[in-house]
Ligand binder design. Structure first.
Ligand SMILES: Nc1ncnc2c1ncn2[C@@H]1O[C@H](COP(=O)(O)OP(=O)(O)O)[C@@H](O)[C@H]1O
Ligand SMILES: [Mg+2]
Length: 233
């Protein structure tokens, strides 16, 4: 398989954090390949570096050493504008604590990434289409009746659905989710995992991080992050 067959490929990734006089070595040579249509779960103990790795895969952080390539192209060669576009358009992020904006209603939270992508003038001409797409996503996520609610008026599971809608708004090549059920009771978490399964069945590529083996079992492929490296199951 050549480089172009992978959506995202990480090779020899190293990352440490400087804490006073010592370096905390978190990632020590991580290799990981994500193909189109994959649903991969990265499991590991708390503190094993899962979030660090996910941030590096989504270009929210840079590795100290190693290469992350997207569709065969090294992310470290992207310019600032290209990187912003990559984070906004190619990747969708879902976090444990949702990170929704309380000042905006549900619909606005969902279409915000498109506003950012298009800029003020571009937004003016695509607003109607974007709103329509955001409403369709809301319907799909079972939140059709919540468009005008503010995030603080929603339950945890509903907030996470909104965050998933936001992540999908720009039709990302890959969805990156960091402990997406970590703040939810198991029944509500199951609902979120069901959403991921349906998305993956429809072709969405997903990488999910979890410390919980039972959550990870729901993915198509599990890799284990331990001692700073990936161990395959
Ligand atoms: N910004 C940071 N500065 C210093 N240490 C950090 C920072 N971010 C993470 N760490 C440390 O790196 C290790 C891995 O963190 P993290 O990637 O969040 O693990 P996980 O998501 O698997 O729980 C932990 O020991 C954590 O304390
Ligand atoms: Mg984490």
């Amino acid at each position: 398989m050549n480089n172009g067959d992978f959506i995202l490929k990480a090779e020899g990734i190293y990352k440490s954090y400087r804490m006073g006089a010592t370096d905390v070595k978190v990632l020590k040579g991580v290799d990981l390949c994500i193909k189109k249509g994959d649903y991969v779960a990265i499991v590991g103990a708390s503190g094993s570096g899962k979030s660090t790795l996910l941030h590096i895969l989504g270009a929210l952080d840079r590795p100290d050493k190693g290469v992350v390539s997207f569709m065969g192209r090294d992310l470290s060669r992207y310019g600032g504008g290209e990187l912003n576009r990559f984070r906004n358009k190619m990747v969708g992020f879902v976090f444990q604590f949702y990170h929704l904006l309380d000042e905006l209603n549900v619909l606005e939270n969902i279409f915000l990434p498109t506003m950012v992508l298009k800029g003020v003038f571009g937004w003016f001409s695509c607003r109607r289409i974007a709103e329509k797409r955001a409403r369709k996503l809301l319907e799909q996520l079972g939140l059709g009746e919540r468009a005008n609610h503010k995030p603080y008026q929603l339950s945890g599971g509903e907030r996470q659905r909104v965050a998933i809608g936001r992540a999908l708004m720009n039709e990302p090549s890959i969805l990156l989710a960091d402990e997406p059920t970590g703040n939810l009771d198991s029944a509500t978490g199951n609902g979120i995992l069901k959403v991921f399964e349906e998305l993956n069945q429809a072709g969405q590529t997903i990488v999910m991080v979890s410390h919980d083996e039972r959550v990870a079992q729901r993915a198509g492929r599990i890799v284990i992050l331990t001692d700073g490296k990936i161990r395959r199951t």
